[in-house]
Design a protein around this ligand. Structure first.
Ligand code: PAF
Length: 298
């Protein structure tokens, strides 16, 4: 298979990082910017310790004409389904659509609107933040997992990801990886957003550490009932390791709150609670956090 051409929806920090990786692997990459953006080319700048990478990418808008064979979506969770809907007239049954956003639940929204799409999902721990539009800082290397429920063998296009992005693996059980990330986010992000604290405060402040432990108990019960026994058993340890590794960081949810942006709470704790309800489990502490974060702003 020759290197495919990817269209990217969501040119934030992670989107720019992956666009550069795909271009490095020999793929074409076109940015789909918001309607009204003039077509042409844009420069993307990626700063790292030890050097700056620059690339030039063609840009167009979702409403433009022309088929899209490979679509990467790295928007906020709540924008995934609307973003895919805006480009749906350019997709067909062969189009490969990779969703790489925080949280869970948006893949179901996309599939309900367009059940014929070939949907893949991913999760990443790459550390990147936006300095300015199309100008990012790649602060820390992480791992990226990509897969499709029930599909053991990597998709033909996965070679580009493996070649362009060190630490990228095909995960035949991607739902499990997504759930574990969701479970960890549920224990960290909402609490840091409500208390406006760094991740490390969740262990150094006793009251917050106790709250994390209670949340983990609820999350473990829901994980077990939902068919994720490893997540159920390992959640306390996994959360402690992530807090230790990111102690000085502000969680993505806290950053959204501080910037006055909508949070992804509906696709993080909201999704956890939807699964809990299906399993007949009460999760009062997570429910209280959903309400608290939902009341925080826009
Ligand atoms: O969403 C985030 O901020 C991150 O996933 C994590 C791991 C909770 C660390 O801040």
């Amino acid at each position: 298979m020759s290197a495919p051409h990817w269209h990217l929806l969501g040119a934030g920090a992670i989107g720019c990082l992956f666009a550069a990786a795909l271009q490095r692997a020999g793929c074409g990459v076109t940015l789909l910017l918001r309607e009204g953006s003039p077509p042409g080319e844009r420069k993307v700048v990626i700063e790292r310790d030890g050097g700056t990478e620059q690339l030039t990418l063609p840009v167009t808008t979702p409403a433009a004409e022309g088929g899209v064979t490979h679509l990467l979506v790295t928007t906020k969770a709540y924008d995934v389904a609307p973003a895919v809907a805006a480009v749906r007239h350019r997709l067909d049954e062969q189009s490969q659509v990779l969703l790489l956003a925080n949280g869970m639940g948006f893949a179901g929204e996309v599939a309900r609107e367009a059940p014929w799409l070939q949907l893949y999902q991913g999760t990443t721990t790459e550390g990147a933040w936006r300095i300015a539009p199309l100008h990012i800082r790649h602060a820390g290397r992480g791992t990226t997992r990509i897969g499709r429920s029930g599909v053991a063998r990597p998709a033909p296009w996965f070679r580009c990801w493996r070649d362009g992005l060190p630490g990228c693996t095909w995960d035949p059980d991607i739902e499990r990886a997504l759930w574990l990330k969701l479970a960890i986010n549920c224990a960290i992000n909402p609490l840091t957003a409500v208390h406006r604290c760094a991740n490390g405060d969740l262990t150094s402040r006793a009251a917050l550490a106790a709250e994390v432990a209670h949340l983990c108990e609820e999350i473990a019960a829901i994980s077990a009932a939902a068919g994720y026994p490893e997540a159920a058993q390992g959640i306390h340890g996994a959360v402690a390791r992530v807090i230790a590794a990111t102690a000085a960081n502000r969680s993505s949810m806290l950053q959204d709150v501080l910037a006055g942006r909508r949070t992804e709470i509906d696709y993080i704790t909201g999704h956890l609670l939807a699964v809990a309800a299906r399993c007949g489990i009460e999760a009062p502490r997570n429910r209280a956090l959903l309400a608290a974060v939902s009341g925080l702003g826009c």
